[in-house]
Write a protein that binds this ligand. Structure first.
Ligand code: BEZ
Length: 211
């Protein structure tokens, strides 16, 4: 059965371009991003891994550890990482799993047989410090993901984990947020001293509380 939001992310041991890892040990108390790629030496994957490497400081700032996966071998990964560094003008600093037996891909349902029986689609999981699945997205091989969007949703996930708020459509860090429906307006006024704007009884905004 496929993983759903709130499920515990399966632990695994794997060979990676940075040595053998135990997933939970690798994550420690951090947030995690685990994302799959259809194959090494393919153009869209090259740009995705390059962008992720370029954004490494942004992931670190958010206490997020990144882990990529493809079902190709470590030997292939090594040569491909050199190509990514060269063509995307960056240095890949995060591990890439060599999931040759597809055990991780299977545990995370990254192989969609109606697309390909052997390679992974573009799955991406965000995992919280409690090891629960907080978000997943799935893209086809032909469409590269937007890693600025990945950072944006991590900002929302981390904010809404700590405060009784939700983030509106297209929200970005620093913009007003929505008071969670479970909080009464009376309580919201006490909880959010920067102010509560009531547009409708069910639609109430407050400045981002941790800014
Ligand atoms: C790519 O990463 O460029 C790619 C991989 C598989 C199919 C199509 C594109």
């Amino acid at each position: 059965m496929s993983l759903r939001l709130g499920d515990t992310a399966p632990n695994f041991k794997a060979k990676t371009s940075k040595g053998d890892i135990d997933f939970y040990e690798y994550l420690g108390d951090s947030w995690g991003v685990l994302f799959s790629h259809p194959a090494d030496y393919t153009p869209v994957c090259t740009t995705e891994l390059g962008r992720t490497a370029q954004l490494q400081a942004e992931f670190e700032k958010r206490n997020v550890k990144v882990l990529a996966l493809s079902v190709d071998s470590l030997g292939k990964h090594e040569g491909w990482i050199n190509d990514i560094n060269e063509t995307q003008n960056t240095t890949v600093g995060f591990p890439i799993i060599a999931d040759e037996d597809r055990s991780v891909a299977t545990a995370y349902d990254m192989i969609h047989p109606n697309v390909s029986a052997t390679t992974t689609v573009r799955s991406l999981f965000v995992i919280g410090p409690d090891k629960k699945v907080k978000l997943f997205i799935t893209y086809p091989a032909s469409t590269g993901r937007n890693f600025y969007e990945v950072l944006r949703v991590i900002d929302s996930l981390q904010l809404t984990a700590d405060y009784s708020v939700a983030t509106p459509a297209d929200w970005k860090e620093g913009e007003d947020v929505i008071v969670a429906p479970a909080v009464s307006t009376e309580d919201a006024i006490k909880k959010f001293p920067k102010g509560v704007k009531v547009v409708k009884p069910y639609l109430r905004y407050t400045p981002q509380p941790n800014k």
